[in-house]
Design a protein around this ligand. Structure first.
Ligand SMILES: [Cu+2]
Length: 445
């Protein structure tokens, strides 16, 4: 079947144009009960579908794209339908889905529906369960969804390369039965890492541990959209990991319940209250909480994962008096500035002032302005913004939180000797004689 036949046979040509975003998920269930809200993929989008003879029909296109991680850093990536991650597929338990996959890449690919129970021949492992999808070809996958939960899709063909350059997406299946605790806002975040070396434009697929960028939905802070909610709403954040590292995802403010994973929503006796949940490689976790007014950080707790563009071979300058060295280097490199003696927080000021232009196409290590100063963050970091007066379903950035008076930590002294804190005595000098006792008779053994 050639491309034209494909469009004629399926009516897929109309898929891309003028297809209203599917609203099925928001229709009330029989009996008028409220069902789930539509999943929101921050910085991402949901793939529209058509219903043909009772089958939900989707069309994914694997292709090269230009992707922006944050203003200042772009890369030649591979993704689906113009983006990385590819659009979120959102369906209901019991649905039959047909998914066309067109390969516009320079090499073959497949799609594996990660975590989904389907006929073996629909599992998308190139060479094992199907022929590879060659450049220019379109394959059809069709299966019935027998489960619910937070899942993913990605290639199972040259996957080291294809995933390293951005091929991945979320596949979310809502339960057939209404959830006992209805969710008001349902977010989905796909974790990834990228070896986009400073000054380069293509992620390096050969890297296994030392990555340069750590992303939520292929974006780094401050380009990651805030997660917005109204006070008292029940919020779910689905976190899925197709990176090469585990990520301890940490939320400030209220504790959350871990309520599910790849296997669907867990029975309630398995829910756990946590403030940090490790999301392993190839895993998903659903986090739910009751929104509480404020601006609450939401981030990976590996501190290098909330930084951009790490230099992995930079010597440690913390505590090093570099004044003499700086003068020497300036003779050769006018304008050279020694950094890091007092910590790295000064880095953001220097880059903001243009003192450290850095390599082309490379973000500063730390970025972002808050209402009280620099945020000194990057990578896997966002803010959960909860307000009392938001309309249901309003996802617009409400700006910074206006703290009730008397509820913000404040400066009470600028004297380092302020107060009378209890402190441990300093260690004796390391060069002092430790002991004059002779060693025991080990040599006689
Ligand atoms: Cu991490």
């Amino acid at each position: 079947m050639n491309r034209r036949d494909f469009f004629r046979n399926t009516g897929a040509a109309t898929l891309a144009a003028a297809l209203p975003v599917a609203t099925l998920a928001q229709e009330p269930a029989p009996g008028g009960e409220r069902r789930h809200p539509k999943v929101r993929t921050p910085n991402g989008w949901t793939l529209p579908h058509q219903v043909v003879d009772g089958v939900k029909v989707f069309h994914l296109v694997a292709e090269q794209i230009e992707h922006e991680f944050a203003p200042g850093t772009r890369a030649k990536c591979w993704g689906y339908n113009g983006s990385t991650p590819g659009p979120t597929i959102e369906v209901d338990e019991g649905d039959r889905v047909r998914i066309y996959v067109t390969n516009r890449l320079p090499e073959h690919t497949t799609i594996h529906w990660h975590g989904i129970d389907l006929p073996s021949g629909m599992d998308g492992v190139g060479g094992l369960t199907q022929p590879h999808i060659k450049p220019g070809e379109t394959y059809e996958y069709e299966f019935t969804l027998k489960q619910h939960g937070t899942h993913m899709y990605h290639p199972h063909a040259d996957e080291m390369v294809q995933m390293a350059v951005g091929m991945m997406g979320l596949f979310i299946i809502h339960p057939r039965e209404p959830e006992p605790e209805p969710i008001d806002r349902d977010y989905a975040i796909l974790l990834h890492n990228w070896a986009l070396h400073p000054g380069t434009w293509r992620p390096d697929p050969s890297v296994m541990t030392e990555f340069d960028l750590w992303t939520f939905n292929s974006k780094v802070f401050p380009a990651i959209e805030p997660l917005v909610a109204r006070s008292g709403e029940r919020v779910r954040i689905r976190v899925a990991n197709l990176s090469m590292h585990e990520h301890p995802i940490h939320m400030h403010g209220p504790r959350f319940w871990v309520t599910g994973g790849d296997g669907g929503r867990w029975p309630r006796n398995l829910w756990r209250t946590e403030v940090t949940e490790i999301v392993g490689v190839g895993q998903t976790r659903d986090l739910e909480f009751i929104a509480q007014a404020g601006d609450w950080a939401f981030h990976c707790h590996k501190s290098h994962h909330t930084m951009n563009a790490m230099g992995h071979e930079v010597p440690n300058t913390l505590g090093v008096d570099q004044r003499g060295i700086e003068a020497e280097i300036r003779k050769m490199l006018p304008g050279y500035m020694a950094m890091g003696e007092h910590g790295m927080a000064e880095h953001q000021d220097h880059t903001d002032m243009g003192h450290m232009p850095g390599p082309e196409n490379t973000l500063p290590m730390m970025m972002g302005k808050g209402p009280f100063g620099n945020l000194e963050m990057g990578g896997m970091f966002s803010v959960i913004k909860v307000r009392d007066d938001l309309a249901p379903g309003d996802y617009r950035d409400p700006g910074w939180y206006r703290h009730p008076s008397g509820t913000v930590a404040q400066c009470v002294s600028r004297d380092p000797d302020f107060g009378n804190p209890v402190r441990r005595a300093p260690l004796p000098p390391a060069h002092a004689p430790v002991s004059t006792a002779k060693p025991g008779g080990h040599e006689h053994h």
